[in-house]
Design a protein around this ligand. Structure first.
Ligand code: C2E
Ligand code: MG
Ligand code: MG
Length: 632
């Protein structure tokens, strides 16, 4: 029942859908485009900066060359003008060592020179000089002047500016490159994050749903020879309660610990992924003799060992697996079959491991059929109730009737409630179905005013607080005294959320109805529940009755349970009594009431009327042993 609830969650889990969608988005490749553009941009900036600096240096070299040539021309022009001026103004010479200063100024101006001086001796520093000849043609002295290079001077003035521009360019390029590189690094880091987000589960860092499927594809493609690829799904039990108990962070911590334990139990080549909130997947390729079942059993055992999350926490899991090529060749088939095996494992209960078998496929086809037909059956009134008498152990008097849902399909015939009730739960039809059963049972209960009516409640119904209103309303409608209604709940529902369940049972009690714990001993069998929950009755499961004939201590166990139940003020009914021998032993064990084919099979209300009338005629409502044969 838990498992069915679990599979419903799986089917509609929005996270699954999102993960599946995410797997189709090429997130990583989209994110790579800006990184490429950034790489190009920094290359371009570096190139431009190098070109700029190169152009500046080249322009400088050209300007230097041009200035040198131009200054050389200028100097030779000056020299030429000086020579001409000296010849032109020779007449103005006085004594050789006393050249008229006017003459000097005139020559200076005419030749465009600076600081022109007449010296009788040639300067020792090798400067350029212009000899001055006297009237007789002898050297009278020398003109010296300050050499000027106007272009070089101009270039000298420009140089700081050019250097500044070049430096600015270098600084700007270096800064831009640094910024671009930093952006590129940041982008690469976020690219890595995106890639990991697309492939990795955030909490456990294991491959996520999409990546797991991708890796399974790869394993299937690479499977060679006799090798077998196993795909296993591992689902944790009752994670909702664990989360309620530990909080979200604690539950995450537990999930990480579980992921680690799974990995520890697997051989190194196995791939473990987390594919849903409480579900892991294992892909493993190995030789045909590899003991995958042993490994997975070890995995389930490892998960079930206590965990320490600030306190001791226990969590169990169940698993299902399928294998290629035995069960499937393609990924789709393999995962579907592993899922079917998982559902079967969920149905079997915590700790179970199921290998896919063809029979599971048939059961799933049945489920599909029920899925399709049940809503129609409900609205068309194809469902009805049968009643099974419950008799007093002492004397065999009928004390109550258990209402049992029956569906007879036009072509398929009778369909068992154990097959269609879980589907009704999955489909959200349980409210309607539950209301139908209560209403019909209470309406028909009027026929048997001195018997109590037992009605089964599905776990889903008990979990929903509105059950209290439904019971109140149907009791009021039918005017049946609440004390005649016995509600049967199963153990599983008590485990899920004990505090809420105690409250729920108390609310139902407050209406005046009684509560029975059905199928006691079939599942979790926790005697602690008897003390913890405000129950009125214990229904011991048929499996205990079956054990009566097989083992010597079967009777002792039932005796112990009866003694405990008595001590807690509960009455005890035993289900599934089929033989006279069982009846005698159970009576000796101290049971209060019995139910089973030995007394009567479930039957429609009219048949029950007849049966009761007959019994009344015989022994005052006492059903003779083997009355079951009458109603069969
Ligand atoms: P349950 O409540 O434990 O009902 C007893 C089941 O044992 C019934 O099966 C009944 O036919 C069967 N049974 C009774 N005596 C014997 C016997 O001597 N030998 C054997 N082999 N079986 C016996 P049924 O009617 O197939 O119902 C199966 C289960 O389906 C019920 O177990 C109950 O859990 C569920 N169910 C039936 N009707 C309803 C309903 O109206 N609502 C809900 N929520 N569950 C229902
Ligand atoms: Mg029952
Ligand atoms: Mg039962």
């Amino acid at each position: 029942m838990d498992g069915e609830g679990g599979s419903q969650r799986r089917d509609s889990d929005p996270k699954r859908v999102l993960l599946a969608l995410a797997s189709r988005q090429p997130v990583a490749s989209d994110a790579a485009a800006p990184a490429k553009r950034l790489r190009k941009a920094s290359g371009l900036v570096a190139l431009l900066a190098a070109l700029g600096i190169g152009a500046t240096v080249l322009a400088g070299a050209v300007a230097y060359q041009v200035a040198r040539d131009s200054d050389a021309h200028f100097l030779s022009d000056q020299r030429e003008s000086l020579r001409a001026a000296v010849v032109e103004f020779r007449a103005l010479f006085g004594q050789a060592d006393e050249v008229d200063p006017r003459f000097i100024r005139m020559v200076e101006r005419s030749a465009g020179l600076k600081a022109l001086k007449f010296e009788t001796e040639a300067p020792a520093d090798g400067r350029e000089v212009q000899p001055v000849l006297d009237e007789r043609g002898r050297i009278a002295g020398f003109f010296t002047w300050e050499e000027t290079r106007p272009m070089a001077a101009a270039l000298g003035r420009l140089l700081p500016f050019i250097v500044a521009v070049a430096l600015l360019l270098i600084v700007f390029a270096a800064f831009s490159l640094r910024q671009l590189n930093r952006a590129r690094r940041e982008l690469a880091a976020s690219e890595e994050l995106v890639r990991r987000a697309a492939d990795e589960d955030k909490i456990t860092s294991l491959p996520n749903h999409a990546k797991t499927l991708e890796l399974l594809d790869l394993a299937l493609a690479e499977r060679d020879g006799d090798n077998v690829t196993s795909f296993a799904l591992i689902e944790l039990d009752g994670m909702a309660d664990v989360t309620a108990h530990l909080g979200v962070l604690g539950a995450d911590e537990l999930i990480v610990a579980v992921g680690r334990r799974i990995k520890e139990t697997l051989p190194p080549q196995a791939i473990c992924g987390r594919i849903a909130a409480d579900e892991f997947a294992v892909t493993l390729s190995a030789g045909p003799d590899f003991g995958i079942e042993t490994v997975l059993r070890g995995t389930l055992e490892a998960i079930a060992r206590p965990h320490w999350i600030d306190k001791v926490v226990r969590v169990s899991a169940h698993a299902g697996f399928a294998q290629a090529p035995r069960d499937a060749q393609t990924r789709g088939e393999l995962t579907r079959k592993a899922e079917l095996a998982l559902r079967e494992a969920a149905r079997k209960g915590p700790g179970s491991l199921v290998r896919f078998e063809a029979a599971l496929e048939a059961a799933s086809t049945d489920q599909k059929f029920i899925h399709r037909e049940l809503p129609r059956a409900l609205s068309a009134g194809d469902l009805e109730l049968h009643y099974q008498p419950i008799v007093a152990a002492n004397g065999g008097r009928v004390v109550g009737l258990e209402a049992l849902l029956r569906w007879t399909h036009a072509t398929r015939g009778p369909i068992a409630p154990a097959a269609f009730i879980p589907v009704a739960e999955q489909m959200g039809l349980m409210d309607a179905l539950g209301a139908f059963v209560l209403r019909r049972a209470l309406a028909e209960a009027k026929r048997w005013s001195d018997l109590y009516i037992a009605v089964n409640l599905s776990p889903l119904q008990v979990r929903d607080a509105s059950i209290v209103d439904l019971v109140r309303a149907t009791l009021a409608e039918s005017a049946v005294p609440p004390s005649r209604l016995m509600l049967e709940i199963t153990e599983g529902v008590l485990i899920d959320n004990p505090e809420e369940m105690i409250e729920r049972i108390e609310d139902l009690h407050a209406l005046g109805v009684r509560i029975a714990l059905d199928d006691f001993g079939s599942g979790y069998s926790n005697l602690g529940y008897l003390q913890r929950f405000p129950l009125d009755k214990l229904k011991i499961d048929k499996s205990f009755v079956d054990a009566l004939g097989r083992s010597a201590n079967g009777g002792v166990i039932i005796q112990a349970i009866v003694a405990l139940a008595r001590a807690l003020g509960l009455t005890v009914t035993v289900e599934g009594v089929e033989t006279e021998q069982q009846r005698v032993l159970l009576r000796l064990a101290g049971c209060d009431e019995m139910q089973g084919f030995l007394f009567a099979r479930p039957a429609p209300a009219k048949t029950i009327d007849r049966l009761l009338a007959q019994a009344r005629g015989d022994t005052g409502k006492t059903l003779p042993a083997a009355a079951g044969a009458l109603t069969a």
